[in-house]
Design a protein around this ligand. Structure first.
Ligand SMILES: NC(=O)c1ccc[n+]([C@@H]2O[C@H](COP(=O)([O-])OP(=O)(O)OC[C@H]3O[C@@H](n4cnc5c(N)ncnc54)[C@H](OP(=O)(O)O)[C@@H]3O)[C@@H](O)[C@H]2O)c1
Length: 220
């Protein structure tokens, strides 16, 4: 297993979990996602930022959501075509419909556990990739709405070795770089967790052995 040549070890360390999860969410069903399709990514967490980068590189239009206006510009800079503030606009699903001319999104990478809302935002025969539950919502599923949507709901569990290899090749071909919020040296690992827990990072928080004060670490 090789690291994409243009990446540092700190960048490569972000790939084995959230990146391949995002890759699986977009490509794991074998559908040809790309030009003419709209993808929704929820929030600006690790999975969503990778999903945004991959979806754009595949040629899709991306609608990102965030609760933080300051992150909206950064999401746009990363390639998001539209950004919906889900704090100011709690009915983000209706906004997605408006932004797609009533059609809905072809794919939703649901990291927030908002299936009841994603069903309202999905296009006929679209796919909702169920990835996580950061939204802490537990509204009951409207099975009638699910049936009427014609959507496929697909759960995603990280990804296979084959998916990881394919993703790394894609990253190499497109020269993609993981978004890193901050790198902490190993002896400040606790501060790294505090920084992440504070909820403000845009991108991955990395603990680097190569910054270890002993000088014993992975060469850059
Ligand atoms: N299935 C799998 O194999 C797999 C693999 C990896 C992770 N996961 C799961 O996927 C989820 C995301 O992981 P992650 O590492 O990307 O998380 P993360 O980096 O901790 O994501 C945090 C972000 O989630 C966003 N968020 C919180 N509540 C939200 C809501 N109600 N609607 C939309 N966005 C919301 C916020 O974005 P803003 O600040 O922009 O609002 C927040 O900054 C977690 O539940 C994780 O456990 C699953």
């Amino acid at each position: 297993m090789t690291v994409p040549e243009h990446l540092s070890y700190e960048e490569a360390a972000t790939l084995p979990c959230v990146a391949v999860t995002a890759w699986n969410a977009l490509t794991g069903d074998g559908a040809c996602l790309g030009t003419g399709h709209t993808v929704v990514v929820q929030g600006s967490g690790g999975v969503s930022l990778f999903a945004l980068q991959f979806a754009k590189a595949l040629g899709a239009r991306v609608i990102a959501t965030t609760s933080r206006p300051a992150k909206a510009a950064r999401l746009r800079a990363l390639g998001a075509d539209e950004v919906v503030d889900y704090s100011a606009t709690p009915d983000w699903a209706a906004e997605v419909r408006t932004l797609t001319g009533g059609r809905g999104a072809d794919r939703i990478v649901d990291v927030a556990g908002l299936l009841h809302e994603s069903i309202r935002a999905i296009a006929l025969a679209g796919t909702i990739a169920c990835v996580g539950f950061v939204g802490n919502a537990s509204l009951p599923l409207d099975t009638g709405a699910l049936f009427a949507s014609g959507a496929t709901v697909r759960t995603v569990a990280v990804g296979s070795r084959a998916q990881f290899t394919a993703m790394n090749a894609f990253i190499g071909t497109h020269g993609l770089r993981p978004v890193i919020d901050r790198v902490f040296p190993f002896d400040e690992a606790v501060d790294a967790y505090r920084h992440y827990a504070a909820g403000g990072p845009f991108g991955k928080v990395v603990v680097s052995h190569s910054h270890a004060p002993s000088g014993v670490g992975i060469p850059a």
